[in-house]
Design a protein around this ligand. Structure first.
Ligand code: SF4
Length: 367
């Protein structure tokens, strides 16, 4: 652990590098807690380049926490549509309502209050409060942990045992008390630009003289790879019901208490968004889907229509590897179902839909 003049030089080098080489990112332009919070939530599972356009669009529609709190959840999800991990958007929306109700629309400045909001953990609270309010809280996520582990040549699984707690202590000890927000961003930036997971650029690193992994030739092998959760293969089939005007039918985001009529529908596995009628395939995609439609959605309808297979779709959601067979089903009239939406196939993005639903719609439109 660095102390005294070495620690001072270490901090000075990294802060000077950050001030000169940091990327110009939209959320860095203003020290506004709402904007910083939004960017931190978006960046939890999304790369910077992909998040920027969503961030800008989201802010255009919801420029402050009150605008977000007052919006219907469906609209929030629609603007999140395509970013994935939609619980982030639901939690953001709920937290915005709590900030308005309990804190007069101002993001609170203490860690305990920030941690009480849904979707905000220790890392996110430290990032928002240090950058927006200068609170002396050190961030630690996988990116920062990699940098700290290399600096100290810590081997093994960084999340295992007490290692994570020790890394948290290291992050706190290194934090520059005069500029905690810049410091946290500087460590994150180092991890994003130079101390990357593969092939770290140690020659350009502003703190390479302090790095144990570099001295020992271990920079490329720290941290050790974590064991991945085994992939689960999932076979699905989806129905694109179409009427002669090009309208289709989407089912609502599934609720946990959904009744038996939706039991076969696996929209919840894929996402809690508007979706095409979708089932898990157990025997044969066309036969299973036909049985499902006959028993639930098209009950009472004369059911002799053809299921036209569209090109198969591959999709991955966390550990699930999905192969989905979509079918186009032309009907004279779409069934009228409580809670379902009927809308033009080419205009599905006016409601919140997942990337998988978008891929299915594209396959149907292309055909
Ligand atoms: S010297 Fe290399 S491994 Fe060490 S912190 Fe810098 S980039 Fe990372």
């Amino acid at each position: 652990m660095l102390t005294g003049p070495a620690l001072t030089r270490f901090r000075k080098n990294l802060l000077a590098w950050f001030s000169q080489f940091q990327r110009d990112l939209p959320w860095r332009r203003l020290k506004n807690p709402y904007r910083i919070w939004l960017s931190e939530i978006m960046l939890q599972q999304t790369r910077v380049a992909a998040a920027i356009s969503y961030y800008e669009r989201f802010l255009e529609r919801f420029p402050d926490v009150r605008a977000l709190a007052e919006a219907p959840q469906e609209e929030v999800l629609r603007l999140w549509s395509g970013l994935g991990y939609y619980s982030r958007a639901r939690n953001l929306h709920k937290a915005a309502q709590q900030i308005v109700a309990l804190h007069h629309g101002v993001f609170p400045a203490t860690e305990a209050e920030a941690l009480a909001f849904p979707g905000i953990g220790k890392y996110t609270a430290a990032a928002i409060l240090s950058i927006a309010y200068g609170q002396k809280l050190a961030v630690l996520d996988g990116n920062v942990a990699r940098v700290l582990a290399r600096l100290q040549a810590i081997r093994g699984d960084l999340r295992a045992g007490k290692r994570w707690q020790e890394l948290q202590k290291t992050a706190e000890a290194l934090l520059a008390p005069s500029a905690p927000g810049d410091w946290n961003q500087a460590v994150m930036e180092l991890g994003a630009i130079l101390c990357t997971p593969k092939s770290p650029q140690c020659l350009l690193c502003p703190v390479n003289e302090f790095c144990q992994a570099r001295k020992l030739g271990l920079a490329d092998t720290i941290p050790e790879k974590r064991k991945k959760r085994a992939t689960v293969e999932l076979q699905l089939a989806a129905a694109v019901l179409l009427d002669p005007q090009g309208h289709t039918l989407l089912l609502p985001p599934p609720r946990p208490q959904a009744g038996p009529a939706h039991k076969a529908d696996v929209g919840a596995i894929v996402s809690r968004m508007w979706h095409f009628p979708t089932i898990e395939v157990h025997r044969n995609a066309a036969l299973d889907l036909r049985a499902y439609l006959r028993e639930s959605l098209l009950r009472g309808h004369k059911f002799s229509v053809a299921l036209e297979p569209l090109p198969k779709i591959r999709h991955t959601v966390t550990y699930r590897s999905i192969t989905l067979q979509p079918f186009r089903i032309n009907l004279k009239k779409l069934p009228q179902l409580a809670g379902a939406k009927v809308l033009p196939l080419s205009e599905l993005s006016c409601v919140p839909i997942s990337n998988l639903t978008r891929k299915i719609a594209r396959a149907a439109l292309d055909s």
